[in-house]
Structure formats: C-alpha cells, structure tokens
Write a protein that binds this ligand. Structure first.
Ligand code: ATP
Length: 768
C-alpha cells in the first residue's frame, strides 16, 4: 500500500454543508466513486484498519509459563537438590521445567494464533454506493469519498459526514462511553462543537441503533476519531476460561496437599524412623515431583484450541474462548425460526384477495408459473385486485431479482418471494420505478412488523403502500371496509398450513406529500389482500432437534412469526406444541409465571427482542444454561444475557455479532447442535487427561511415602519419577487431548456447570 496522503484541506467536516463535503472529496451522492478511483484512493490512503493490539511479548509469555504454584514447588525442589549436590536430579528437574515451559509456550502461541485466525474470519462489511450501485464490500476497502449506507444494527465502518438521515440514532459508546443512543441529522454545526455534539457526523466504531442514513466517508483507518484517540482493535483475549480458573484453583489445592504430605513424611521419616535428614529430604523432593501433574496446563490449552478449531471447521466460530466449554453444559437452546430452522427460501403459494383466493404455481425465485382459481388458470392482467396487490408487492420492496443461468435474489427472502409474485402477475420494477418513484419509506423492523413506502405518480397523486404481519396490517385498515372475522379465518387457515402470511394495504395521501412518518401509519388503509409463503424446515434441523432432545437439551422456537405458522412448523420439526405462548401472553405474565411457562412451552410466537431477554432471564432463574440466537440490533441484550449468545454470519447485524459468543457462518440450527457436541468433547477430553494423570502421579507419590513410612530404601529417585512423568504427560495424556467424541456423547444429559471436574465414578443422584 502506498503512503497515506493527508486528506484535502478541510478537517472540520462538521462545519461543511453536505454539498461542500462532497465537492471536496470529488464524489457524488447518487453514484459514489467509480471502482477505478476507489482503487487509486485505496493506494493513496491505505486500508481502513486500525493497528492491531499487540499480544503479550514472547519473552513475557515464556516467563509466565513458570508462574504456577506447581512449578514453584518443582523449582524449589531443583534448588534444594542442587544445594544437596544431587546434580543428576537437579539436571532432570531443570530439564523437565524447561521442556514443560517450552511445550506450554508453543501450545499457547498456537492457541492464540488459532483464535486470531478464527476471529479474522469475521471481517467487517460495509454497504457502499459505487458506480451508482449498492455493493457490500469488506470494510477494510473503504476510502475517503465512498458513500456508505447505514441501517439499524450496523457498525459505522469509518468516519462519515452524514448526507441523509432518517430517524437516525447512533450509540456512541465506543467513543464517548455514553450508552444512550443520540439523534443524528445532516445540518452542519459550529466549528467549536465538541465531538460528542457533532450531530452531522457518524464516527467509526459506533453502532446504528435505529433509522436509515447515507454518509460520506471522510476518514478511514487511523485518520478516524477512534484512531486518533488511540483505540486498538482485535484485543487479544486472554486464554483464561472458567475451566482454566477451576484448574488453577485445583493446582493450588494440590500444592498445599503436596507440601503437607511432604512435611508429614519428612517429620515421620526423620524423627520417628530415624532416617538421615538428607535422605528424607530427597525422598520428600521425589514425593513432590511425583505428585505434580506437570502436563496439565498444556493439555487444557491444547484441548480448548482444538475445540475452537474443529468448531470453526464446522461453521461455528467462537468469539470468546470460555464459550467452548460453556457450550458443553447448555441445557436449553432458544432459536429463531426463519432461516435457522427453516430454509429461508420463500415462495408465495397462496394469494388471498378480497373476493377470492388464488393458488400460485412455480418454485424458487424464477418468475415462472401462474395463478389458479379452483383448478382453472387465470389471466393475471385481467384481475384488478391481483394487479393492485402485486403493485404493492413490487413497490413496497427492497429485494432485487437478477437473471442469470438461474434467478438470483439480492435482499431479503420474504421480499424476494413477493417480487417473484409481482413478476408472475406481469409487473416488473423497470416499468414502475420511473412511473411511481419512491419518495420516502419506513423500513421494516421486527418491532413494528411492517414496511411502508410513499410514492407519487405523474399526476402528483401521492399514496402509501404498506406490507407486514397480517394482524398488524388488519388493525390499520378502515374497519367498515374489512370483515375482520372473515379475514382472520382465512389468515388462520393459511397459517395452520405452515404458511407465513403477510398482508398488504394502500392509502391515498394529500397531493404533494413528500415525507412519511409514523404518524401517517394509522387506521386509514384499504386492505389489498394477503399472501401466504412457504418456507420449509431444513431437513438437517429436524435431525438436529431430535439429537438435542436425546441429549437432554430443550429446544425452544422463539419467532416473530404468527402463532399458527410457528406451531405448524414446530410440529414438522418435532417440537412440543401443546402450548404456544405469544408476545402478548408474555407481556401479561409476571416473572414467576413466566419462569414456569418458559419451561413448559416450546414455541413462542410474535415475540420481540424484549421478550427474548425476559425469557432468557426466566429460564436462567430456573437454573438453566441458555443458548439464544438473535440477529437484529435489539437482540444484543438477550444475546449478552444468555450463557451462549449465538448470531448468524449472514443475517446477523454487527450489533448482534458484537454481543454474541458464537457466530454460525451458515445460519443453521444444526450447526449449534454440532457445536454443543464439540463443547462436550472438550470437557470430556480434559476430564480424561485428568483421570489419567492423577492416579499415575498419586501412585508414584504413594510408593515413595510408603517407602519412607516403612523405613525402606527409596524405590525410585526424583529424577527417575520426573522422567516417567514427562514421558507419560507428553505422550499419553497429550494423546487424550486429541480423542474423538465418544459414541454416546449426545445421548447423555448435560453436565451441570457447578459439577466438580472429577466426580465419583459411581452414579450419584444429587449430581445427575
Ligand atoms: P424469526 O423471528 O423466526 O426470524 P420472522 O422472520 O417471522 O421470524 P421477523 O423478521 O421479526 O420474524 O418478522 C416478523 C413478521 O414481520 C413476519 O412474520 C412477517 O409477517 C413480517 N415481515 C417480515 N419481513 C418483512 C418485510 N420485509 N416487510 C414487511 N413485513 C415483514
């Protein structure tokens, strides 16, 4: 990359008007930069990255290998044998301590590298306008002059001068530490305005909590506010986990035990058995080195890093290392439906018009197929109701269909299916984009459950088109025009067949209306009809649900979809549907009632992110270990609260990703089930190594104690014991770290997180 160039003179972007800022950077709002120009600028300004935080220096890491009570005991033993001129033992002890440190150092380095590699698979994305088209690019390739699109949940990828902002609210905690979102706009502000109050700027690293905006990139990489205040990214996470902490504690306990046993042995051997102080002391040193499980720390780090790697190969990326072991003890998995349990390949199969219901033929996004009524093909162009509904499906829609060898969808699958429907009805975007341009919009969000767009035609007539969750849209329609009961029956009928139902409506606006606000979304619409979409369950999800159930893990579906649709899909997946709770039911329950209901029901419908949070807390209050999926900006609190927050690599927003412990690169429920299995393998292998090491070491220590107590000659020297220990630790117990899963690993109940590492070998009712 070339030398970073200073940005054009004006540093105070917040003082400039949008036009001045655009002119300064030689770009245009509508078209953005050309690809060539962007490439040249990338060479000039360098990539949009911040310096990586340096990990601990190798020397420090090596020194820290000696920082362990068990090693202290070994070092003390080494010094004593040296002092006693038992140089052979000293040499062996020194060799063991050094070999151990080197193995630990290498393995820890590998584990850190594996974690870093895994995390770099989660590159940040940015949506830009280049050559007049919207593209999603790697955020590192952003250059000054790029026009960036901001949507809820996105992390602002560079410093931006806002060019358009609609209800834009940004959480600037990364810069100001303030967690309340702030309102942003486009008006320039005074030159002396402090950074926190520069409302026309969006700063790199902050997160969009609501609204839509376009911004002009004015600073990238270290030339951003976050770069200036010296922030570093890619914090190298410590390799400490609850398990390693527990093992540390365990090491300390063993040390105390060894020292006590050593002291008792010395006192007994010297004063009661009358052995010489020197011989007894050497025996005690032997005892100490025999009892110490030297290889343990290395084994744990290796097992954890292997687990992380295997999971990444299986499309589950761990963002925080402790999650590897927590996964193994998960007792409830709460998952969303669309795209995780289902294929998210939607097709409109039923159109409910005011006067009749039509069946739609054809599969996928290809606009091939037609409309049928009672087995008869109908001509879509002649049906006024169908045309009106299809116009809404076409215009109140952000998806694009691209024709290639196969029809490809760019955008949301629900919208893609509606776009295909419009094509089948004979409407295409190119015919209407210029004729009925979109003036304004209220984007879809899972809290509102609708999307609305404002259009006008050549005569200046303005109208709003709206589509969304059926009952939400029905409530917005003029009551005298709709037979609520009849529509609800039609909707229920479609939902019970597992169809996802969206309703569409339209309302005329006063001439010259150019902006749309939430206040316009009131009971004034005329219902155009409803559309039923199929979204079949993923076959592998059906198998994974039953695997989880066999492994004693409850699977719960928490979806924004309608209760009847959710229940129908849940039934196909093998979930219990005798009780379906809706968001409204959850709203009416107090914490105690919810805690009980949360474990009884398997399906939660029309649930919002706030309900997810309450459900996680309620289940945890019952002692459950909860994994929760979520992808929206508002899901972050629930993901953080869950024991394992899971988000989707494709659908997940940056906000959800930052809150999650696990990212599924294929958005698939089956991947969570596989990750849980791997978590169990990790726990098992650490346990196996421990079970191997402790009796071996204990046995050796026992032989020495016995010899001293019986007044016999020492059967082995400290050096010999260490040699045996090192060989077994490096060979056998390391081999156990690489053990594959036991065949019945997903047939036994989850291990309670409070359970001690080593339990009694016989079944113990209180532990199970
Ligand atoms: P899940 O929570 O399992 O992913 P979901 O996709 O149904 O399920 P949301 O995305 O919150 O959850 O959607 C809630 C409801 O909003 C949907 O059931 C549908 O009726 C409606 N909806 C979904 N996408 C759109 C959209 N692009 N425009 C308008 N309405 C939509």
């Amino acid at each position: 990359m070339g030398q970073r160039k200073a940005l054009p003179s004006a540093h105070d972007w917040h003082v400039l008007s949008s036009d001045e800022a655009l002119r300064t950077l030689g770009t245009s709002f509508a078209n953005g930069l050309g690809n060539r120009e962007a490439e040249t600028r990338l060479g000039d300004y360098g990539p949009n990255t911040l310096p990586q935080q340096k990990g601990r220096s190798p020397l420090l890491r090596l020194v820290l290998q000696f920082h362990n009570p068990l090693i202290y005991v070994l070092l003390a033993a080494g010094i004593t044998t040296y002092w006693l001129k038992d140089y052979v033992d000293t040499a062996v002890i020194a060799a063991v301590v050094i070999v151990n440190a080197i193995i630990g150092f290498i393995q820890e380095g590998r584990a850190e590298k594996a974690l870093e590699g895994v995390r770099s698979m989660l590159a940040n994305r940015a949506t830009v306008i280049r050559e007049g088209e919207r593209h999603e690019i790697d955020a590192r390739l952003l250059v000054p002059g790029d026009i960036v699109v901001l949507e809820p949940g996105m992390r602002v990828p560079a410093d931006l001068r806002l060019l358009s902002a609609k209800n834009l609210r940004i959480t600037e905690a990364a810069i100001t530490g303030e967690s309340e979102p702030v309102q942003k706009g486009t008006e320039p502000v005074d030159v002396n305005t402090p950074t926190v109050d520069r409302t026309c700027m969006a700063y790199s690293g902050t997160v969009v909590s609501a609204g839509l905006a376009h911004g002009l990139t004015v600073g990238t990489g270290i030339a951003t506010e976050i770069g200036r205040i010296g922030m570093l990214v890619g914090e190298v996470e410590s390799l400490e986990t609850p398990l390693t902490r527990r093992l540390d504690h365990f090491s300390r306990q063993i040390t105390v035990f060894i020292l006590t046993a050593g002291l008792v042995t010395f006192l007994y051997g010297h004063f009661i058995r009358g052995l010489s102080a020197l011989d007894t002391f050497l025996a005690v040193v032997g005892l100490a080195v025999a009892a110490i499980p030297e290889g343990l720390p290395a084994v744990v780090t290796i097992v954890l890093s292997i687990g992380t790697k295997v999971m990444a190969q299986n499309k589950a990326i761990i963002r925080r290392l402790p999650a590897v072991e927590t996964l193994g003890s998960v007792t409830v998995i709460c998952t969303d439906k669309t795209g995780t349990l289902t294929k998210n390949e939607m097709t409109a199969v039923r159109v409910m018009l005011p006067s009749r219901t039509l069946e739609v033929s054809g599969v996928g996004y290809a606009p091939e197929g037609g409309f049928h009524s009672e087995g008869q093909m109908i001509a879509p162009g002649l049906d006024q109701e169908l045309q009106a509904l299809s116009l809404c499906a076409l215009l109140c829609n952000d998806a694009r269909l691209v024709e290639g060898s196969e029809w490809q969808l760019v955008g949301d699958p629900t919208e893609g299916a509606l776009m295909t429907l419009a094509h089948k009805a004979g409407l295409t975007p190119s015919d209407f984009a210029a004729e009925m341009p979109r003036m304004d919009e209220i984007p879809f969000d899972s809290e509102n459950r609708f999307m609305a767009t404002l259009h006008h035609d050549h005569n200046g007539h303005a109208f709003v088109l709206i589509k969304g969750a059926s009952e939400r849209i029905l409530d917005l329609c003029l009551q005298e025009q709709v037979d609520h009961a009849a529509w609800e029956a039609r909707m229920e009928d479609a939902a019970a067949a597992g169809l996802r139902v969206l309703a569409m409506a339209r309302c005329e606006m006063p001439m010259g209306t150019t902006a749309l606000s939430m206040a316009d979304i009131s009971r004034r619409f005329t219902l155009l009809g409803m559309v039923g979409l199929i979204d079949p369950p993923r076959e592998e999800a059906v198998a994974a649900v039953s695997d989880c159930q066999r492994a004693g893990i409850h699977v719960k579906m928490i979806t924004g979809d309608h209760a009847a649709t959710a229940a129908a899909i849940a039934r196909q997946l093998g979930l219990k549907v005798h009780r379906v709770l809706t968001g409204r039911d959850i709203q009416l329950m107090d914490e105690a009632a919810l805690a009980q209901a949360s474990m009884e029901a398997d399906v939660f419908a029309r649930a919002s992110p706030e309900h997810k949070l309450r459900l996680v807390t309620a289940m945890q209050a019952q002692g459950e270990q909860v994994a929760m999926t979520g992808d929206g900006v508002n899901d972050a609190p629930a993901l953080k609260a869950a024991n394992i927050g899971v988000t989707m690599g494709n659908r997940g927003t940056d906000a959800a990703r930052e809150a999650a412990d696990l990212v599924l690169t294929d958005d698939n429920f089956a991947t969570i089930a596989r990750a849980v299995k791997e978590g169990r393998v990790v726990f098992d292998n650490i346990k196996k190594s421990l079970i191997f090491m402790l009796p071996t070491n204990g046995g050796e220590a026992g032989v020495i104690m016995l010899a001293v107590f019986a007044g016999l000659a020492l059967p082995v020297t400290a050096g010999q014991i260490l040699w045996v220990n090192t060989v077994t630790a490096v060979t056998l117990s390391l081999a156990l770290a690489f053990e594959p899963a036991e065949s019945g690993i997903m047939l036994r109940p989850p291990t309670p997180p409070s359970q001690a590492l080593l339990t009694k070998p016989w079944p113990c009712a209180s532990h199970m």
